[in-house]
Design a binder for this molecule. Structure first.
Ligand SMILES: Nc1ncnc2c1ncn2[C@@H]1O[C@H](COP(=O)(O)OP(=O)(O)OP(=O)(O)O)[C@@H](O)[C@H]1O
Ligand SMILES: [Mn+2]
Length: 276
């Protein structure tokens, strides 16, 4: 059977850039050598992966695996745009692994507005550390997968710009994190977050991942917030606080089970925990 690389040269021809998503070292080296050797104007080759194992330059770092291939591709393209490797209107060839393991699919996309959702900015341009955003996303995804004692549960995490978020919210109950110095990512904290998520309100988390408060009722100005119709008060409050402050909101819906991220008053990411 012919391997993917046998056809790749034709698919890559006249593309502006090639994004290799988590390529193996042998795949990467072979591809780079072939492109350099064919004498034509070579497209920009960008590696998008969790770690730069293949010593690629340019390289875009993936903060989470993005099981949804569209999210993975969007992240890579937006990261490449950020570094001026790709611009709107470009033809980009993405070499990805849809199933586990080796690169097994080639997707050719024209970069336009619909590709650009802000998923890269969610991690890289958020005030909070990318690792903190990732940790909170993981807690929300895990909570969505398991629920609380088997029942679906909702949760709202507001990450970054915590001082301003506290000013735009009020307390619904005593704050169990009042005098504590716990951070997202600590295993004990994940247990606590899951336990407290049964109760109302939002968690407020600082740029560096410190849990500032639970049980906050958000009161942001909601004018001009553009979030999809059909989402309720939790999502509206989560979306709006990101327009009113520089925070990022991560919301687990009790009703549809999806995890959504908002930034700048806009929905920037939607993931199904069951797919992670
Ligand atoms: N302004 C707010 N600040 C903090 N939490 C809120 C706010 N508004 C609603 N919530 C929380 O969201 C919960 C669910 O509210 P609602 O059903 O209207 O939201 P929703 O967006 O439909 O979310 P879900 O999809 O989980 O049902 C409330 O019980 C409350 O805990
Ligand atoms: Mn609801």
């Amino acid at each position: 059977m012919a391997s993917l690389t046998d056809h790749l040269a034709e698919l890559v021809e006249d593309a502006d850039a090639v994004l290799l998503f988590s390529p193996t070292a042998s795949f990467h080296d072979r591809f780079v050598a072939e492109e350099a050797g064919d004498g034509r104007d070579a497209p920009e080759i960008v590696v998008v992966a969790p770690d730069n194992d293949v010593d690629a330059d340019p390289f875009v770092e993936l903060p989470i695996p993005f099981r949804d291939v569209r999210d993975r591709i969007r992240f890579g393209i937006e990261g490449a745009m950020e570094s001026d490797l790709v611009t709107e209107g470009d033809e980009v060839v993405c070499v990805v692994s849809v199933f586990e393991g080796e690169s097994d699919a080639v997707i050719r996309v024209t970069v336009d507005e619909t590709v650009h959702t802000g998923i890269y900015d969610l991690f890289v341009e958020s005030r909070a550390d990318p690792g903190v955003i990732r940790d909170v996303l993981e807690v929300a995804i895990e909570l969505g997968k398991k629920g609380q004692k088997g029942k679906p549960v909702g949760a709202l995490f507001v990450v970054g710009d915590a001082g301003k978020v506290m000013n735009k919210s009020r307390s619904l109950s005593y704050n169990p994190f009042e005098k504590s110095h716990v951070h997202v990512g600590d295993p004990i904290v994940n247990v606590m977050l899951k336990e407290f998520s049964r109760l109302d309100g939002a968690f407020v988390i600082s740029d560096s991942g410190k849990i500032v408060s639970a049980y906050r009722y958000l009161e942001p100005a909601a004018e001009g917030v553009d979030i999809p119709k059909g989402l309720g008060a939790r999502h509206m409050a989560g979306g709006a606080i990101t327009q009113d402050t520089n925070a990022t909101a991560i919301v687990l819906s009790e009703s549809d089970g999806l995890v959504r991220a908002f930034k700048g008053g806009r929905l920037v990411l939607e993931v199904d925990p069951e797919e992670y």
